[in-house]
Each structure stands twice: as structure tokens, then as C-alpha cells.
Design a binder for this molecule. Sequence first.
Ligand code: ARG
Length: 300
Amino acid sequence: MTAKPLFLLTDPAHYEVSYVINPWMAPDEWSRDRAHHQAAAREGLLALKRALEAAGAKVRVMAGVMGLPDLVFPANAAIVLDRRALVARFSCSERQGEEDVFLREFEQLKREGFITAVGTFPRGVFQEGAGDCIWDQNRDWFWAGFGQRSVRASLDVIENFFGVPVVSLELVSPRFYHLDVCFLPLTGGEVVYYPPAFSEAARAKIRALVPADLLIEASDADAAAFSVNAVNIGRSIIMARPPERLKKILEAKGYEVTGIDLAPFMMSGGGAYCMTLRLDRSRDEKTSAAGLNRAAAGVP
Ligand code: ARG
């Protein structure tokens, strides 16, 4: 039996929306009913944890830290592959305090024997973890976003640290400031993406590398509901409550979609995927029914 997927989550005890670093963030709305949103955040995190476990995953929950509300988005903590972790460098000063907290968590994971190497980006080379760097298990490469939070210079650092190809995609919309809010590769080889978030060159690259019958275009409504920001485990897809249209498309492809109420996290510009970090990704993992490989899909 293969090991269960393992996800890192953060306890939302110190979560709030207290500053604005993306156009979705609404501190005024948050402070109008703080107690309610805090309770809803605790509920939402529990619901996400339960959904991940129901889909066959294990979950590790790290503690939150007062004054670092966005720690609840560990997708931004690091890029992890083959038990190696490359810890993020945040571009906004509001989140830079998270770097040390995540670094300590990965040093702990190393002591526990789960992670074998922990690296960091050079000073000034901003890169916001798996939120901007998504492993595609069917194609054996990282899709990496740059142009909003992460910088182009991060791409070489990723390639050198992991020794795997990196396909870069330029992001052009401040509303879709991380790759994970507009791009989602699925276990069956399909890729869900929201075209307006990408430069023309990036859109062309996606269309050249992913066969048309595997490309699923998200609508404005899908993207605004953070449906692209989903966690896919086997045939299960877990996301903030999706529009019916997208749910039907995914179900028709054989996926089971679980929608959970993540409203308090959407007030910070995040959905299900960014509230998680997958720790057990490895390049040996092959679960695709589509049987795609680098040769078939085109080597970047
Ligand atoms: N408020 C957070 C920020 O702007 C949300 C992060 C969401 N994370 C993600 N991977 N999309 O950084």
C-alpha cells in the first residue's frame, strides 16, 4: 500500500484580515463582525481538514502566531518535492515575518526525518512557495508563476535546487496574484486554468503543452469563487463552494467535488489549495490514468 498524502495546515487562532496586499482583502468587512468571522474560520479549517482526511490524506496542523494572520496559507511556505523543501521569500513586508516561522517548521520536519534538505532563496529573490510553483505529476515538471509576487529570477533557483524542469508562466493580473488561484493540474492530466490571469505568451505556452481535450477553462465566476484554488487527491477535488457549471464539468470527467464554506479565507484572497501544503510530493509518484509523460506532452 502506498503512503497517504500528507498536508500541512495552520491553526487559524490568530487569523484575521488586518491589512491589504491583494484586491480581495477586506479588513473593514472583517472588523464589522470579527467574532463571527473568527468562528467561521475555525469551522472552515475543520471542514477542510475533515474533507482532506475523507479523501485519504493525513494532516499536520501547525500553530498560528499572533500578528502573522496569513500563516493560515501554508501553500506559500515553501516548495516541497522529493523530501526537499525550498522555503519562501515573501515580497510583501506584511508576510516576511512568516519566513522564520516556516523555516523552523521545516527544520523540525527535518529533525523528524521527514524532510532531508531545507533551502532558502537568495536575499531579494522573492518566491511565494507552492502558491506559485505547482508540481505536475503527469508531466514531471513544475509550473511556476512569476510577475506578481514571485520574481523571474526565482525560476533558476527552483530548477537548480530540485533538478527538475520548470515551466514559467507570467501572471499579469493583481487579482490573480499567485499561480494557484488561476491554474490547477489534475491527477487525470487535465489542467483547469483562468486565461485572463496570464500573459499572451503564457497562454500560448499552456495551449502548446496541454492537449486541447485536457484543458478546462475557468470562467470569471469560477475564478472569483476561488474554485481553481482546489486540492486534488486521486479523484477527489476539494474547493471553496464552486459554481454548478464547473462542478458539472469536473464530475463529467470522473471527479468527485466537495465544496466547503471558506468565506472567511476568501476575504483574504485565498481558497482551499492555499490553505494547504502537500509535503509528500515526489517525482516517482505516478497516478495518472491518462498515462501522460514528458515525451507525449512536449518537453519544455
Ligand atoms: N492574503 C494572502 C496574501 O495576499 C492570501 C494568500 C493566498 N495564498 C495563495 N497561495 N493563493 O498573500
